[in-house]
Design a protein around this ligand. Structure first.
Ligand SMILES: Nc1nc2c(ncn2[C@@H]2O[C@H](COP(=O)(O)OP(=O)(O)OP(=O)(O)O)[C@@H](O)[C@H]2O)c(=O)[nH]1
Ligand SMILES: [Mg+2]
Length: 497
């Protein structure tokens, strides 16, 4: 419990760091339209995806301790359902849905981190909902049940881009469970690809768990081995890796006993440990994993934001330098034109007064310069701007893989910033913001990593001590506040009399 409080406090601190140090610059320069903390502000989420009828909803119901989600053999549920906690009704009165909200309300409520899913349109919003449940399993996390995957042709009929929705949700999730069942082990290819593309490489491996479910339905041990082998082969094809990720094998014991009455070929089951409990523990660990995810979130977005500002700065510096060069050319042309005019006048009129000659030279020079700045200079600048917009890669250097990855992520954003060319941030302003964001994010990520390694060695006594210190600090703050309000009261009374 103290440990949970500690993790919660650490999480809040990280979110505040993002809110204070990264979001202002991210919004100002158009790196993001929504505050960066929107994605991480809410409770840790577990996303459950997989084939239709692979047992997603049954698994979730089992963990929640009640039949909350509909289950059935045909594709049953075509909604994305966010399941979250509400303890306004005691669990002793039965685990139940306390409140239900539809997609529209959910997508527009700033309390939830789903506003960026609005882009998936009306059809998606009518297939999105939230249920508040009084199950203790949800105390520190939320679960998202998803419609089962169908073949790719049927996917197109949904009316929204299913893969993209999965990708967006996976980005917010602290843990993604990918469920397969013995019958259809190959149909997750597209969704897997979209998750892979959305999650950054360093957070990917530890955030995804593969589950081979409904193993009680194999007709024999050999059949199970065949299914397992096929799944491993499919996964290695999708992941492009030779080492096979760990696959947890599970089944629902309550459903299994019903099946067993008809099919008694499941003698192999006692040979295997049902990894249902492992899975439960892994899900309950999500708040802890989430901290790692948050640390990477700060690092990745800190790095990318700096890279982004740096590129805009390079753009401003290059175009600024070009502008000065061309203005100088305009100035030189003016000088040359003015001198030429004075020289010609002297030749034609002869013996002219020096003051008149100088005024003619100055007048003609100024006129040429003005003409240059209003007609030639803007054209040259526009031409140069177009060259820069076409050769956007010249705005940065990518000397290692991290820079390459971050450039790939921000290239389009930089491009649209350059194309719009609307807001002219000064070089000074850009340099100042870049310095501030970089130093804040370096410091923040160092602090977060230190806190995480400290957390990994903290004992129960340490957590208890932390809780005591926290309470003492809160008490102290309260007393201080009471004292200062008493002081204010005394002072105002003094003034009155
Ligand atoms: N034998 C057996 N049947 C299972 C198991 N888990 C689920 N089922 C059955 O499989 C069917 C589908 O289960 P659901 O939980 O609805 O599957 P789902 O993945 O949520 O399906 P969709 O929402 O339609 O994608 C139901 O009839 C369940 O009773 C299991 O471990 N063993
Ligand atoms: Mg379901």
């Amino acid at each position: 419990m103290y440990r949970d409080n500690y993790i919660h406090a650490l999480r809040t601190e990280i979110v505040e760091m993002v809110e204070e140090h990264l979001t202002p610059a991210a919004i100002k320069y158009g790196y993001s339209q929504t505050p960066l903390e929107t994605n991480i502000k809410w409770r840790p989420m577990v996303l459950v995806i997989g084939n239709y009828s692979s047992g997603k909803s049954s698994l979730i119901n089992e963990f929640l301790g009640a039949e909350i989600q509909d289950t059935g053999q045909a594709p049953t549920d075509d909604s994305f359902t966010v399941l979250t906690y509400d303890d306004s009704v005691s669990e002793k009165q039965g685990i139940q849905v306390i409140e239900q909200r539809d997609g529209k309300a959910l997508l527009n409520d700033p309390e939830y981190p789903f506003s960026n899913l609005r882009k998936h349109g009306q059809r998606f919003s009518s297939h999105f909902q939230l249920k508040k449940i009084n199950s203790p399993f949800l105390k520190d996390l939320a679960i998202i049940d998803t419609p089962g995957m169908l073949d790719s042709i049927t996917e197109r009929d949904r009316g929204y881009n299913y893969q993209e929705v999965i990708g967006d949700l996976a980005q917010k999730a602290g843990l993604v469970l990918v469920l397969f069942d013995a019958h259809k082990a190959g149909t997750v290819r597209e969704a897997y690809k979209s998750i892979r593309e959305t999650l950054t490489a360093n957070t990917f491996e530890d955030r995804i768990i593969f589950v081979l479910n409904r193993i009680d339905e194999c007709s024999s041990f050999n059949d199970l081995l065949r299914v397992y082998g096929t799944l491993c082969w499919n996964l290695s094809q999708i992941t492009g890796r030779k080492d096979i990720p760990m696959i947890r094998m599970t089944y629902s014991s309550s459903i299994k006993s019903a099946v067993r009455k008809i099919n008694d070929n499941t003698d192999y089951l006692p040979l295997l440990e049902n990894q249902r409990e492992d899975l439960r523990q892994a899900i309950l660990q999500t708040p802890m994993r989430r901290l790692d995810h948050l640390a990477s979130y700060v690092e990745v977005h800190g790095e990318r934001l700096c890279h982004y500002i740096e590129s805009i700065l390079a753009y401003r510096q290059k175009s600024g330098k070009y502008r000065m060069q061309k203005l100088f050319t305009g100035f030189l042309s003016g000088m040359l034109g003015g001198s030429l005019a004075a020289f010609l006048l002297m030749l034609l009129a002869g013996g002219m007064d020096l003051t008149i000659l100088l005024s003619v030279a100055g007048g003609v020079g100024t006129l040429i310069f003005i003409l240059w700045t209003i007609s030639i200079q803007p054209r040259l600048e526009l031409k140069y701007h177009n060259i820069l917009a076409e050769d956007i890669d010249s705005l940065t250097t990518v000397d290692d893989q991290t820079r390459k990855d971050s450039w790939a992520a921000i290239r389009d954003l930089v491009n649209s910033h350059v194309l719009k060319n609307k807001k002219h941030f000064s070089v000074y302003e850009l340099k100042k913001d870049l310095f501030e964001v970089r130093s804040a994010y370096n410091e923040d990520s160092k602090e977060i990593r230190e806190a995480l390694s400290e957390l990994s060695i903290m004992s129960d006594q340490d957590f208890e001590q932390w809780e005591k210190d926290r309470l003492a600090h809160e008490e102290y703050q309260k007393e201080k506040q009471e004292m200062s309000s008493a002081e204010i009261m005394r002072n105002s009374l003094k003034h009155m009399y």
